[in-house]
Design a binder for this molecule. Structure first.
Ligand SMILES: Cc1cc2nc3c(=O)[nH]c(=O)nc-3n(C[C@H](O)[C@H](O)[C@H](O)COP(=O)(O)OP(=O)(O)OC[C@H]3O[C@@H](n4cnc5c(N)ncnc54)[C@H](O)[C@@H]3O)c2cc1C
Length: 482
């Protein structure tokens, strides 16, 4: 009988959890032992911290205000069972307020329900495949080492010094806290008036709501943070909304999703003409104008190019990708990464009450006040030359997940040794279509948002679930267990 092979998955967010589930389903009987590594992140007073099993960063929140930004009908974790998430929600009965809602397909459900769904998948798939070894290991992986010079096995090294030998290792280490902006002095990193990780519920709970708060970034992360602060303010005997100022260079906000009606049928768009940033923009504008003339919405056009986005991205020469990132990315992001309608309304209401203001400005300088009471902040308005000096109680970094390999110590270590590398645009990891980030280590795989470097559109569930399924097959092939 063939030896049982060990596959170690580092990280148990969406990607790691679903990779384990796919391997459980696809592996031949008795062929595999799967070890799923999850970081030991306890539930704190303020809620679950990111990193919890089957939750990861995106679904680690317990806040009812943090909604999925994709409608339920498109959030199945299994590529071949598109209605799986909606069915799970239906099955929750009275526990889920909208279980019998005829428009459930179109709803933007609280993200914690998605974490429960992933946990349900993991538990039920394990039970259905008792002949595949499965272990959950709490730990923080800090290094990978070859075993006695071979490249067909790896030692997975934990921060307590322990190690585990595996025939294949999949890195599913996910999203990282925002990068520390270059305009902020390094000394501020651990300052109590600066929140570096906006998904750290305890840090948000300590923010002083009685002083003005500066939010750096105006995307979906800022929306999450604003809603958390407003909820805290509403439950405290304070004087209404906190004073919030959100800045970004262009001041662009995420566009809202439509309040859902049935999505009209719109044929996929595969071609946007000349592969230049300008050429794509021009072609997209024409398509949007044509769609509008036939009563359709720009959102339908964006949905129609989604399947072809990786091919369109790969067709762009490096200089054109750089041009796209420099000039068009903020517009792409605000139209592509949209907010649930309820969230957009809550943000509009906060702006209407005057508590939340948005400015087109960049950060010039930040200094901690000597008495510890706050921060002195200089900003410069877009297109202006003068700086404005203001005082804030707290600065919260809402610039969104970092894709820098240095942000995760394990990746930083592997990159320093030349085992893996960032892509030329520093959007994620350099890798090929077989999910192998290292030519020297053929048993090492990666799946998760850093695939963006290769595919551009690769960070949300509708794309990641496909990558996870394909990565599982590559792993099984590589260890001769397909
Ligand atoms: C706030 C937020 C909201 C989002 N909302 C949506 C949404 O509504 N719909 C959608 O489709 N997409 C959404 N996304 C996109 C998201 O990228 C994917 O949906 C998906 O959650 C990515 O999962 P992941 O497992 O790759 O990463 P993560 O969820 O980041 O999970 C990675 C896990 O690996 C662990 N880990 C990292 N390093 C180590 C190590 N060295 N040792 C051990 N463990 C480690 C981390 O602790 C974490 O638990 C959202 C993203 C964010 C950041």
């Amino acid at each position: 009988m063939n030896r049982v092979r060990t596959v170690c998955i580092v990280g148990a967010g969406f990607s790691g959890t679903m990779l384990a589930a796919q391997l459980l389903r696809e592996a031949p009987v008795g062929a595999l032992r799967i070890v799923l590594v999850t970081r030991p992140t306890p539930t704190t007073q303020q809620g679950r911290q990111s990193g919890a099993l089957a939750r990861g960063l995106a679904y680690g929140t317990d806040s009812p205000d943090h909604l999925l930004n994709v409608p339920a009908a498109r959030m199945s974790a299994w590529p071949a069972q598109p209605d799986d998430f909606v069915r799970f929600l239906h099955d929750q009965g009275a526990a889920f307020a909208h279980a019998t809602d005829p428009l459930l397909d179109a709803r933007f459900v609280p993200r914690h329900w998605y974490g429960r769904y992933l946990r349900h998948i993991l538990d039920t798939t394990r039970l259905a495949h008792p002949d595949i070894g499965f272990e959950i290991r709490a730990g923080n992986v800090v290094d990978l080492r070859t075993v006695a010079g071979q490249t067909s096995a790896l030692n997975v090294v934990f921060d307590d010094g322990d190690a585990l030998q595996a025939d294949a290792v999949a890195l599913a280490v996910g999203n990282f806290a925002p990068a520390h902006p270059a305009s902020l002095p390094p000394a501020l990193t651990h300052h109590p008036r600066y929140v570096r990780d906006p998904w750290d519920a305890d840090a948000l709970a300590r923010v002083d709501l009685n002083q003005p708060i500066l939010l750096l970034g105006t995307g979906l992360t800022m929306y999450d943070v604003v809603l958390s602060l407003l909820r805290r303010a509403a439950s405290a005997p304070s004087k209404g909304d906190p004073t919030l100022l959100a800045i970004s260079r262009r001041g662009l906000l995420p566009q809202p999703h439509r309040v859902h009606t049935a999505t009209p049928h719109f044929a996929d768009i595969r071609d946007l003409g000349t592969p230049t940033a300008r050429g794509y923009l021009r072609a997209l504008r024409t398509r949007i104008a044509d769609a509008a003339a036939s009563g359709l919405d720009w959102r339908d056009v964006l949905a129609a190019i989604r399947p072809a986005t990786p091919a369109l991205w790969r067709a762009l020469p490096d200089a054109e990708r750089a041009r796209f990132l420099r000039h068009l990315k903020p517009y792409w992001e605000s139209h592509r990464h949209r907010a649930a309608p309820e969230i957009a309304q809550a943000i509009d209401a906060a702006r209407g009450r005057g508590g939340l203001r948005i400015e087109r400005a960049s950060l010039v300088d930040v200094a901690a006040l000597a008495d510890g009471s706050g921060l002195s902040v200089h900003t410069r308005a877009r297109g202006g030359t003068l700086t404005t000096a203001r005082r804030f109680g707290t600065l919260i970094n809402c610039t969104g997940p970092s894709a820098r390999l240095e942000a995760e110590p394990l990746l930083a270590e592997l990159a320093t040794r030349g085992v893996i590398s960032a892509d030329t645009m520093r959007l994620g990891l350099a890798l090929e279509d077989d999910y192998r980030p290292s030519s020297s280590l053929p048993v090492l795989f990666y799946v998760g948002p850093l695939l963006r470097a290769r595919h551009w559109e690769a960070t949300a569930v509708p794309e990641l679930r496909e990558h996870v399924a394909r990565c599982a097959l590559e792993i099984l092939n590589s260890i001769g267990a397909s």
